[in-house]
Design a protein around this ligand. Structure first.
Ligand SMILES: [Zn+2]
Ligand SMILES: [Zn+2]
Length: 245
């Protein structure tokens, strides 16, 4: 029985990582915006998925959801699932589907593209699998957590998944997506001066030497930033079985 409630509800501190509260670098280019690292972003993502599925009954009812969370936690303990480098370009996906046509293990319907070994998205390192064969392959590679790791997961469960009021703002499975957009805009506005200066420099270079001016990098294009955010969140999406939402 818990006698004292020490968590501060929905904790968030501007310019600190929304997951671990380490200070964020004051840079317009820092990614992922509100987190210090991809690992922290994925950790918060996992907490929200765990909260959502344990409240809507999926966690209880669907073994695949429990397995998906187990795999996410395993990736987290191993230092993170490298969703960004493992992203498969659309044309490569099409090529692998065309080449393999069905699950290369059992001949069933091909549902997911698997990285055979490591992160490379070269077609030679990719294969088409059915969901079952993909799960089985991933499960083969799981190793038991140490006592210390199990304690960390248990603490996460007790502190961040079980409480009805999310302990951290980034744990809020209902509101985070909308709040995150707003917080990110606010943060970009705070670190924007460097960007505005750079744009002025580019403009004056353009006027003096039209042909020598470098083109502004994609990092300075806000619309592009938004696209990138979508692909960050696709980490456990389309080409993996880790999410069944
Ligand atoms: Zn962090
Ligand atoms: Zn199969």
């Amino acid at each position: 029985m818990i006698l004292t409630q020490v968590t501060v509800a929905r904790r968030f501190e501007p310019d600190r990582c929304a997951n671990c509260f380490e200070p964020l670098p004051a840079s317009y280019e820092h990614r992922p915006w509100l987190f210090c690292s991809v690992l922290c972003r994925e950790t918060a993502n996992t907490v929200r998925y765990w909260r959502k599925t344990s409240r809507n009954g999926q966690f209880e009812a669907d073994p695949e959801v429990r397995q998906a969370i187990g795999i996410r936690l395993a990736h987290m303990l191993a230092g993170g699932y490298n969703a960004d480098t493992r992203r498969i370009p659309v044309d490569v996906r099409a090529l692998v589907i065309e080449r393999d046509r069905a699950c290369v293990k059992c001949g069933g319907p091909g549902e997911e593209i698997d990285h055979i070994n490591g992160d490379s998205s070269d077609p030679g390192n990719l294969q088409l699998l059915c969901k079952n064969c993909h799960h089985a392959k991933t499960a083969e590679h799981l190793v038991p957590a140490s006592d210390e790791q199990s304690d960390r997961i248990f603490a996460m469960l007790v502190e961040r998944v079980i409480p009805d009021i999310p302990a951290q703002l980034c744990d809020d499975e209902l509101a985070w997506q909308a709040i995150e957009r707003q917080l990110r805009s606010e943060r970009l506005a705070r670190v924007r001066p460097a960007k505005a200066r750079r744009k002025d420099e580019l403009n004056s270079m353009e006027m003096l030497h039209p042909r020598m001016a470098p083109s502004p990098s994609a990092d300075f294009d806000e619309d592009d930033d938004d696209d990138r955010d979508e692909h960050y969140y696709a980490g456990f999406g389309e080409n993996s079985h880790y999410v069944k939402e």
